[in-house]
Design a protein. Structure first.
Length: 480
């Protein structure tokens, strides 16, 4: 079998037709992981016992000729901020280096019930804080397309396993662009659902009003098939929405004739790499050829998105990370003589520089005398950014932009310049603040062969239209 060519759909078909067994497929993937991943660093923990047990269940069904679940035999990887029962779950942090989750996240439970096979947990920026995957508490991830470059963050490991062919699909999380940006850097498809579309139960929190779990795949249809299983109301998550879940895969391949696609001028200004601009504009031309009406629009508060995001996200992070104190779970500093010393030393030794930076920024923004000036004002601007999208979607069906200002940058290039690193999220944080769905799909390569991504944004809970548009771009690239 050539596992590099497998998609979600073709894997299930092959298992159904007994072309190979799920157990043999797991063998092949672990063999490739052992040979390829040491040079990439995308996996933190492998779940071999769990994977083979699931494969045997699928093989028993297939051998008996019984109906197979929708993701039967599909090998997936899970970002290490998502809880997996009995399996180490670190959030990429030393403070949780020995933590074993006592339960499965809802998304993991739903995917396994649908027949997916969890190969292991993927490396990520610590507590999902970063844009390059260099902030992992263990080691950075390298981009499989060019191992001198970053895969993007914080879900860099989950994007890298797809680009490297060491999983068929994977789960990431997106707080300010952490699915879409790595998808663009690694040349794969990555979907951030609407806030509330997918349960966050079992997700280790960074910023609770922004965090979303979503899929990576080789194709847009892969992400659609994953989302069909993951999405839907969960009684364990009060923020999950009671909204019907359509058959997303039926949207892929549907014509886009007559759709109005908005192009915001604010995303094509100063700072955009010329090769990125050329590739995205070429993809927009393909949408026009497919029958879309291209409509210039304005999202006038975009310029305030980065400061707004980094005030809201860091404030929520400072509250969420207060629980890591060495008392209940995770690492505890040794040798402390008082409780307060134990708190200080545990957090100092357990958290990395970026996490400490964001905790301090967030605590400052929430402190007495500064709450109104910073956090409250940021929430008001967040409302203005959301209104920009509401007004735009009254005129158009989808919005397209570059996913990132440039292609993947070199390892170490921005690690000492936090502000420059934060600006890598400039095209993704607006959608995160508004809570709308977004998809990054490859739309070309630059002269060095580095992938370039196009971002497609949609109305709340209209992932179906986003997937339709993304498939047209993907198909045009493949046929071109």
């Amino acid at each position: 079998m050539n596992i590099d060519l497998l998609t979600v759909e073709s894997t299930r078909t092959a298992i159904t037709e007994l072309q190979f067994t799920a157990s043999a497929l797991v063998d092949a993937f672990y063999s490739k992981i052992r040979s390829e991943d040491p040079g990439i660093g995308a996996y933190l923990t492998l779940s071999e016992e769990r994977a083979y047990a699931q494969a045997q269940r699928i093989d028993a069904l297939a051998g008996a000729g019984d109906p197979l679940p929708p993701l039967a035999g599909v090998p997936i990887a899970v970002k290490d901020v998502i809880s997996t029962k009995g399996l180490r779950t670190t959030a990429g942090s030393k403070i949780l280096s020995d933590y074993v989750a006592p339960y499965d996240a809802t998304v993991v439970q739903r995917l396994e019930n649908a027949g997916a096979i969890v190969l292991g947990k993927t490396n990520c920026d610590e507590f999902a804080m970063g844009s390059s995957n260099e902030n992992s508490g263990f080691h950075p991830v390298r981009n499989p397309r060019d191992r001198t470059r970053v895969p993007g963050g914080s879900s860099g490991g989950s994007a890298a396993v797809i680009a490297a062919g060491t999983a068929v699909a994977s789960l990431g999380t997106d707080t300010g662009g952490s699915i879409r940006q790595p998808a663009a850097f690694c040349g794969v498809a990555g979907l951030m659902p609407t806030y509330g579309r997918v349960s966050r139960y079992g997700l280790i929190a960074f910023a609770s009003s922004l965090d979303k779990i979503g899929p990576f795949g080789k194709t847009v249809k892969d992400t659609a098939l994953m989302l069909e299983v993951m999405a839907g109301r969960d009684p364990k998550d009060s923020t999950s929405a009671q909204v019907p879940v359509p058959v997303y895969s039926d949207s892929v391949g549907q014509p886009v004739t007559g759709l109005k696609v908005g192009v915001p001028g604010e995303y094509f200004g100063e700072g955009l790499d010329p090769e990125v601009r050329t590739a995205v504009e070429a993809a927009i031309s393909e949408l026009a050829k497919a029958g879309c009406e291209i409509v210039p629009i304005s999202l006038k508060h975009t310029q305030y998105a980065i400061p707004t995001y980094y005030l809201v996200a860091t404030a929520e992070a400072s509250s969420n990370l207060a629980r890591y104190d060495g008392v209940r779970y995770g690492v505890r500093a040794a040798g402390a003589k008082t409780l307060s010393e134990m708190y200080r030393r545990t957090r100092d030794e357990g958290f990395g520089p970026e996490v400490k930076r964001r905790i301090m920024l967030g605590t400052y923004a929430l402190s007495a005398g500064y709450y109104d000036a910073y956090y409250l004002k940021a929430q008001r601007v967040r409302t203005l950014i959301t209104r920009d999208f509401d007004e735009a979607f009254a005129k158009v069906d989808a919005i397209v932009t570059p996913t990132t200002p440039g292609p993947a940058f070199k390892l170490g290039e921005k690690v000492d310049d936090p502000l420059s690193m934060y600006l890598a999220d400039i095209f993704t944080v607006t959608a995160s603040l508004a809570g709308i769905p977004g998809l990054s799909v490859p739309c070309g390569n630059n002269r060095d062969g580095l992938p370039i991504g196009m971002q497609i944004l949609g109305k709340h809970f209209d992932e179906a239209t986003v997937l339709r548009v993304g498939h047209v771009v993907e198909h045009a690239l493949a046929s071109g």
